[in-house]
Design a protein around this ligand. Structure first.
Ligand SMILES: *[C@@H]1O[C@H](CO)[C@@H](O)[C@H](O)[C@H]1NC(C)=O
Ligand SMILES: *[C@@H]1O[C@H](CO)[C@@H](O)[C@H](O)[C@H]1NC(C)=O
Ligand SMILES: *[C@@H]1O[C@H](CO)[C@@H](O)[C@H](O)[C@H]1NC(C)=O
Ligand SMILES: *[C@@H]1O[C@H](CO)[C@@H](O)[C@H](O)[C@H]1NC(C)=O
Ligand SMILES: *[C@@H]1O[C@H](CO)[C@@H](O)[C@H](O)[C@H]1NC(C)=O
Length: 543
């Protein structure tokens, strides 16, 4: 882990940065990150990648539930930059979310210190650069949040804990890809798949005969669902985005864009090397990349062809998704702890139906939600909201139901009340798979099925042991439904994890509002908040 330094030497910085209300007992972890361009060769050709402290992928964040993470990010790129934290809930603290709707970009040569807490969370997540299609150049890394020492985990400690950041990759750089999107074209088909920033045979994971290992896998790619499998070895699913699951065994597992999970693998086969395969799903040409599971006492290379996996089968994937259940008896921090065992018995207070579409607007390919294709404002929405700057966005610019009308451009923000309990149905009438992420929350995936959602679809909801997670897929011509308690005040990004769709407008913000206007409900603006756009020159707060 990067620079985890003694509290004392940072005390002055800390007193300056911390919200006044929390200076609790929870440990602090300090990171200093320098973001630069540098040469990488992930597919044998030299590319300009985004490095963090010289690394691609970036350093891994290892934390324990409730740790405070103080991450000072120096932007040494010649352009504005932001990092966001996929799955970190930022409780009461959308100020640290690192998307353009909440934070001013870190200017070239500038820095910003993120101050966040992994409150009541465990699990596997990742961070990524959120602006300007930077994600296509790297700048991402793994986040793991371990349980606190005395909290039982529903499986024995693994012999080692490996992270696999898997994702599709383009040889074209992010500026060229962005240019294609800006000029109204779609992205081409990806050139390959990377595991931890490397292509074919670029990774070896060493295991000892008889021992059990944890693999944390995140799909950090731009366009493609992926399947992962290990030759001759069963994969025991134990965690999905912070929920301990029923421990089902899989021979291969689908991970859609932005999703993370952990599985255990026992080295119980004859001592040799085995293939780890990651391949594209729902694509007519199947891309795949291979890594090696190496037994320390191995006497042989992997044998035979790498194991094949599912390719275009949708039902297979849907059935697998339905088999992912929450282990109700496993301990661990939970979203909304009071209500979590009974999430299915609480009446929802609002239903929101979100339909994705791909309209052409002003002659250019765009992507939309309920006909609105998001365009960024000149000032981050959270910042404009705080200073009451009018004209940046309007609440109600995003409807609760599909309109099926022509697409249009708008800075879309949906208003919602703190403590509402919402049902959200993602409706996909397109013939491609969608993946949706909600910042600031973990939600229960109560149902998914083919066809058009109707109120009668509720009869099939899993109201007992659905998994709580932060990213959900929606199969082609299908719907997925979630329940979400709005227990986190702030301005939260709801977005497609398909990065061309996100970039071209398939996202919006949910403004969860509490009239109490109390620091118990939401942290005050950070003293070090960067101010830009129409908020330039304002003051944050006095010391
Ligand atoms: C970041 O790295 C660049 C390139 O190595 C270096 O020139 C610069 O001084 C570094 N900045 C910080 C804040 O460490
Ligand atoms: C991307 O590649 C183009 C040439 O295709 C080049 O002009 C441009 O400078 C590159 N951008 C980056 C950030 O490497
Ligand atoms: C930038 O880094 C300096 C030095 O570490 C720190 O004092 C300052 O608070 C940081 N700036 C922001 C906006 O976080
Ligand atoms: C659920 O968690 C409990 C408690 O840790 C564990 O004993 C049990 O094996 C788990 N059940 C399943 C089906 O994974
Ligand atoms: C939910 O609504 C139903 C029907 O309106 C009502 O009978 C029930 O008591 C409500 N349940 C709770 C927990 O409020």
């Amino acid at each position: 882990m990067e620079k985890s330094i003694l509290l004392a030497s940072f005390l002055p910085l800390l007193l300056f940065l911390l919200p006044d209300c929390v200076l609790g007992d929870d440990p602090y972890r300090f990171f200093t990150w320098n973001v630069t361009y540098g040469d990488i060769w992930p597919m044998g050709v030299k590319q300009q990648g985004i490095l963090i402290n010289g690394q691609f992928p970036g350093p891994q964040i290892e934390a324990v539930t409730n740790d405070n993470l103080i991450i000072n990010v120096f932007n040494s790129l010649p352009e504005p930059f932001l990092l966001s934290w996929n799955g970190v809930q930022q409780r009461r603290n959308s100020w640290q979310d690192g998307v353009y709707g909440t934070n001013c970009p870190i200017p070239p040569g500038g820095n910003f210190t993120y101050v966040m807490q992994v409150k009541d969370q465990i699990g596997s997540y990742f961070y990524f650069p959120s602006l300007a299609f930077h994600k296509a150049a790297g700048g991402f890394g793994g986040i793991r949040v371990l349980s606190r020492p005395l909290i039982p985990v529903p499986f024995p400690p693994p012999a080692a804990d490996y992270t696999l950041l898997i994702g599709d990759w383009y040889k074209a750089n992010h500026t060229d890809l962005r240019y294609m999107l800006d000029s109204g074209k779609d992205l081409p088909f990806p050139d390959g798949i990377l595991i931890n920033g490397r292509g074919q045979y670029g990774n070896t994971f060493t295991v000892e005969q008889g021992k059990t290992y944890r693999f944390r896998v995140s799909n950090v790619g731009l366009a493609t669902s992926l399947n992962v499998r290990i030759q001759g070895h069963a994969m025991l699913l134990v965690e999905v985005e912070g929920s301990h699951t029923l421990q089902n065994t899989y021979s291969s597992f689908d991970l859609h864009l932005g999703q993370s999970c952990s599985f255990l693998v026992t080295a119980d086969q004859p001592p040799m090397d085995y293939y780890i395969v990651v391949s594209s799903r729902f694509t007519s040409t199947v891309l795949s990349t291979t890594a090696v599971l190496h037994y320390s006492n191995s006497g042989a290379q992997p044998v035979g062809p790498p194991p094949g996996g599912p390719t275009i089968q949708i039902d297979w994937s849907l059935n697998q998704a339905r088999s992912i259940r929450w282990n109700l008896t496993a301990s661990g921090p939970r979203p909304n702890p009071q209500g979590s065992y009974h999430y299915g018995l609480v009446n929802t207070t609002r239903t929101i139906r979100l339909a994705n579409s791909a309209p052409v607007i002003n002659g250019k390919q765009r992507y939309a939600v309920n006909s609105v294709s998001f365009i960024p404002a000149d000032t981050p929405l959270k910042v404009a909201d705080f200073y009451n700057i009018p004209g940046v966005f309007s609440l109600g610019s995003m409807s609760d139901n599909p309109t099926y009308g022509a697409g249009y451009l708008q800075t879309s923000v949906m208003a919602a009340n703190f403590r509402d309990y919402v049902e959200i149905i993602f409706e996909n009438s397109e013939d491609t798979l969608q993946s949706w992420h909600i910042d600031g929350y973990s939600f229960w995936v109560v149902g998914m099925d083919g066809g058009q959602w109707t109120p009668a679809s509720r009869e099939g909801y899993n109201l007992r042991d659905a998994v709580a997670r932060c990213t959900v897929q929606v199969y082609p011509k299908s719907w997925s439904a979630i329940y979400m308690p709005l227990d986190n005040v702030g301005m939260w990004n709801i977005r497609s994890e398909n990065w061309a769709r996100q970039y071209l407008g398939q996202q919006f913000y949910l403004r969860v509002y509490s009239p109490a206007n109390s620091w118990r409900d939401e942290n005050p603006i950070p003293r070090n908040a960067l101010l830009c756009g129409r908020a330039s020159g304002r003051r944050t707060r006095p010391l």
